[in-house]
Design a binder for this molecule. Sequence first.
Ligand SMILES: Nc1ncnc2c1ncn2[C@@H]1O[C@H](COP(=O)(O)OP(=O)(O)OP(=O)(O)O)[C@@H](O)[C@H]1O
Length: 453
Amino acid sequence: MTGPSPTLPLPPVPGPLPATTPLVVALSGGLDSSVLLHRLAGDRVLRARGLRAIHVDHGLHPDSVAWGRACARACAALGIALEVVTVDARDTRGLGPEGAARKARHAAFERLLRDDEVLVLAHHLDDQAETFLLRALRASGPDGLAAMRPWRRFGRAWLWRPLLGLPRDALRAYAHAHDLAWVEDPGNEDDRFDRNFLRARVLPLLRERWPHASAALARSSELGADAADLLRAGDSRALARVATADPRCLSVAALSALPRARRQRVLRLWMDRLGLPPLPAQGVSRIEHDLIGARPDAGAAFAWHGVRVRRWRDLLHADHERAPLPVDWSVAWDGREPLSLPTGGALELVGAEALPGPCRVHARRGGERIQRAGRGHSHALKQVLQALEVPPWVRTRLPLLSDAAGTLLAAGDLVLAARLDAWLREHDARVLWTDPADAPPPALADAREPRCD
Ligand SMILES: Nc1ncnc2c1ncn2[C@@H]1O[C@H](COP(=O)(O)OP(=O)(O)OP(=O)(O)O)[C@@H](O)[C@H]1O
């Protein structure tokens, strides 16, 4: 084990950042981040970049205000500016109290950080070993076992963990050598929490037989990170092979041609690139079995956390759940003002003052027919939409435009009746349907950071 080191060696700030990029210490007031703050404040070169601190008050403990004051005293003594921000972490749905606090804290950091600032966290080698074990006990693959990265993008800022190679004992020795004060969170003692149980009961036992257990586990997580990076590069190439012009759609045929393990990773990466919540394990197997293995017209879907993946023809389509237009919705519209739709978005007449006569806009009810330009007779709208390959979930949101006699003039801006088409051409005008579901998601080729810690 590294001997106690009152000077605490730090790695250089990684990345090609200018030496003027400020550092922002995430200061909980506990031992680790108090040591980090003191160590950075005492480094002339690092301090010259600009150094400030943020303390997040989760408001979950009766002493939390006092912790904020203790942080303020520590910062004042070192001449470091501190921002204390209170967050609401009461919404614990699906996350548990620790996860909710972490999410609220990270959101606050993202809000308070400026472009390219470096958020510095005080995680150390023993934290890394605990994280590795926790992930292994949740049956993680290499991405999860990579545990915490020492350096990564964090929104428009960066995140740095310079203490990740140092054991907790070295930090404690530093704190004593420099006579530091810190607050003890009583929650850290409660071994009903998995991490505390590992820290207090499991790791000491492992170290009895393997004194370097923490360092070995932390090293395994580094190797996991290397493996995950290599796999991710292959995943990106495979995703590009199965992608279509619309980032929300993948080719089922191309996905089926991938080896199973790669296909599963590609599905997860796809969600990540679209900024959608991670797929649960059963979601991957359901998509494999029920969607990729389904008949093209079976209408199969998998939904979780407000997101839906569907199979339609040769495509797998992923998007947030979108409500259909209410079936009985119907309003008068003359085209003078854009019409807001109950599903969001609008219908608009562009290039003309008003429609040729009073109209109604309404939802599809089934059985509608339309006579398109150049066709001698009318066709069922359903068949027209099928022929145009309009997916079923778009059809349910399609606003229909009919004249006072109930004759269908347009379906959104996708299908026009001959009569309206001629009138629009004559007036050099058009009907425009905007739907929030059409807002372009990020391109799949975007190189996003792994979302693993
Ligand atoms: N309330 C807080 N205010 C500011 N920074 C904090 C706060 N809590 C934790 N941090 C920062 O995060 C680091 C890790 O904290 P801790 O181990 O308690 O949380 P964690 O949930 O495991 O961390 P993370 O969520 O970042 O993985 C701390 O050393 C500190 O730098």
